[in-house]
Write a protein of this length. Structure first.
Length: 710
């Protein structure tokens, strides 16, 4: 189902209304119309309505009857949840209700049967199953990558019970109202996780509870052990004993221990550990790696194999060091593992996805190493790196290597080819786009040089254009049909244009989040990308056009018909105009000490013409993605799918060296400024006088928190 526009929330004294999950904040950020908030306390209902919008009610029944919401977020005291549940089912309103739905298992089972019998749309937000850890573990278990699994560990220890008092939910400490403590409230996530990742129905084999810390009538700590039919033990540990309040932190651990692999969650991703098998089957040594969010495959050296691979032995001194670094030399060590240190006859080369890393050890190497590094970087649009040891830096340069066996005489220069798809592919693509009545266009970083071509294409097709984060500068935001960013930091118009289109035209984008694209089968698809390995990866396309985006669009435009019916375009433009008003209203709301959205909203009209924006990773990225209006001629960038911390200042300095005549604005948080931003100001102080336009403006958001991390 699409995002409902009219939403109501019941019993908002429940802490998840404004804290932790903070449903009201989510609804507001999605641009939903909060038509009502109810609570038995008129004070709390009024405070939530004033803070997040909506009409306050003290009776949820009257709210549903008068406000007529399309969807309900059902919260409440655990003892009241069954009554609310039955009323909403009877009213025929789709809703989600926070766990546990009641205070005993029989009641919850009866409610589930009632919803099924009445064919009512009801959901429970077990968000943990959508985490990177859970999705990865489930996929690996299904693929048999762990072998036989010994146990899975899932721990969630939250802060003291005092947080419920301060978050308007003191009833959580009373068993008659809450039904139980940590095991009932937090344990549900672990029980759901056991079923989700294993795909089995486990049984509880042991459990222990404790009231040792808070001495309350409900448990503040519990450890339950489950066993699946296949024999996997699942340890579910929960508690209210994290001693950090008022700092809201979690002591969490997720781990899978299998026959072949051990996987555990670490900051920023997952860590895998495995033994290294000899040919005789015995295990020696240890291998480890980290998988970051966005990774789709288990690293090759940790994937299970029926037999251990035969490794190619390293070749030592089979070539002169002067000749190392050409294409033939890169095959000398295909495993990509570190070579032994101390040898003068080694070149470290890793090639994966077009990247190249080389270490020069002889002055004769430097010429061709630099020539190849620059050529590879330009041709494959990737990062290349040359490592020059300290002793090499002190040697005399060799301008022209001797023309003898084993040396390389390289040259400079690279002319990019114009890559175009075949004529019949262009014609097939045009037929699909011409037939579409509701065309949605998604542009990415590969369309940054194709602004004019994309505008002309959108005009002919009468469609709206959404922008992936790295493609934010591809089109100016003052165009009425540009819906803005898409995805986790996207806009409502971008979401709507994707969910309502009948044709998707993806131009030079590798946008990774498929849940923000049309449902499979909803839309016909055409994609342009320079790399054939990356087409039809996010959505099943009917035609894949391999070529440069601007050049391909120039060939495609004469084949496109201008759509006479502009109703789809007019709807998009109305939605975009409405969205900008929503953002402005949010920006103008008061806050103590300051509303960060106001800062970015006011920044947009004050940005210098043709400036370059370098945005860091963090909360600044949210406001940059939605509130900053890019104008034509500007450049902008942010760390993409890797979400690297601290790139804002390095990006800004690189921009000044590349374009010393243009103003640069760096958007940072206080965490990034402390990590490497302040150090980089030393670089700025050293070089700013060399820039024809010395302006490098640093905007730091000081919220005194590593917000995106904690």
């Amino acid at each position: 189902m699409s995002i409902p526009k009219r939403v109501a929330v019941t019993e908002v004294s429940h802490w998840h209304s404004a804290y932790d999950a903070s449903y009201l904040s989510i609804l507001r950020d999605l641009g939903c119309d909060i038509v009502g908030v109810s609570d038995r306390s008129a004070r709390i209902a009024g405070e939530r309505a004033e803070r997040f919008g909506g009409t306050p009610f003290t009776d949820y029944r009257r709210m549903i009857e008068q406000a007529r919401p399309e969807f309900v977020i059902a919260l409440g005291r655990h003892c009241d949840m069954p009554e609310i549940f039955r009323f909403l089912v009877g009213a025929g309103v789709p809703f989600i209700m926070e766990k546990p739905w009641g205070t005993d298992a029989d009641t919850v089972a009866d409610l589930a049967r009632l919803a099924a019998a009445e064919v009512t749309w009801v959901g429970v937000p077990f968000m943990s199953r959508y985490s990177f850890w859970a999705v990865t573990v489930k996929r690996m278990i299904e693929a048999g990558e762990f072998g036989d699994i010994s146990h899975i560990f899932f721990r969630t220890i939250r802060p003291t019970m005092q947080r419920y008092v301060e978050w308007d939910s003191p009833w959580m400490a009373h068993k008659s109202l809450a039904g139980g403590g940590a095991l009932l409230n937090l344990g549900g996530h672990g029980f759901d996780m056991a079923r989700f990742v294993t795909g089995e129905e486990p049984e509880v084999v042991s459990a222990v509870v404790s009231r040792q810390v808070h001495h309350s009538e409900i448990e503040d700590y519990a450890l339950a052990t489950l066993r699946t039919p296949s024999g996997i033990l699942f340890h579910n540990e929960v508690g209210y004993t994290m001693p950090t309040w008022p700092v809201n932190q979690t002591d969490g651990e997720q781990k899978v221990a299998g026959e072949r692999l051990l996987l555990r969650q670490v900051p920023g991703g997952l860590q895998l550990l495995s033994g290294k098998a000899r040919g005789d089957g015995r295990v020696h040594g240890l291998r480890s790696c980290q998988i970051h969010r966005g990774s789709r495959r288990l690293p090759g050296h940790l994937r299970p194999r029926r037999h251990p691979p035969l490794e190619r032995p390293l070749r030592r001194a089979d070539r002169s060091s002067a000749g190392v670094g050409d294409r033939r030399a890169t095959g000398a060590h295909r495993t990509g593992r570190p070579l032994p240190a101390g040898g003068r006859f080694y070149l470290v080369v890793q090639r994966r996805g077009g990247r190249a890393l080389q270490m020069a050890t002889d002055p004769v190497q430097v010429r061709h190493a630099i020539d190849r590094a620059v050529r590879i970087a330009k041709a494959e649009r990737c990062v290349t790196c040359i490592i020059m040891p300290k002793d090499l830096q002190e040697m005399d340069a060799v301008e022209s290597p001797p023309q003898i066996h084993g040396t390389i005489l390289s040259g400079v220069g690279y002319e990019a080819p114009e890559i175009l798809p075949a004529k019949n592919s262009l014609e097939r693509a045009a037929r699909i786009l011409n037939k579409g009545k509701k065309v949605a266009i998604l542009v990415g970083a590969g369309a940054l040089h194709a602004t004019d071509e994309v505008i002309k294409t959108a005009d002919k097709l009468g469609g709206g254009v959404a922008k992936a984060l790295l493609g934010k500068a591809a089109l100016p935001d003052d165009l009425p049909f540009v819906t803005g960013s898409i995805g986790l930091l996207g806009t409502r118009p971008s979401y709507e244009v994707m969910k309502e289109c009948d044709t998707l035209f993806m131009i030079a984008s590798r946008f990774p989040y498929v849940e923000f694209l049309p449902e499979e089968g909803q839309a016909r698809g055409v994609q342009i990308d320079l790399d054939p390995r990356m087409v039809s990866m996010r959505y099943p396309m009917e035609v894949n056009l391999i070529g440069d985006s601007a050049a391909t669009l120039r060939q495609l435009l004469p084949l496109l018909d201008r759509k006479p019916d502009r109703s789809w375009r007019e709807t998009i433009e109305q939605n975009v105009a409405s969205w900008w008003k929503v953002l402005e209203n949010r920006a103008m709301r008061g806050a103590d000490p300051i509303n960060p959205q106001r800062v970015f909203w006011e920044l947009s009209p004050r940005l210098p013409e043709n400036c370059i924006i370098a945005c860091d990773t963090g909360t600044a990225t949210n406001w940059y993605a939605r509130d900053v209006k890019i104008r034509r001629g500007m450049m902008a960038s942010v760390s993409g799918s890797r979400a690297t911390m601290g790139p804002g200042m390095p990006y800004a300095i690189a921009a000044k060296f590349a374009y010393p005549d243009r103003a640069v604005v760096a958007l940072l948080g206080d965490g990034a400024l402390q990590m490497n931003g302040m150090n980089e100001l030393i670089t700025v102080a050293k070089y700013w006088r060399q820039w024809s336009d010395p302006r490098l403006v640093v905007l730091a958001l000081n919220n005194r928190d590593l917000n995106m991390v904690t």
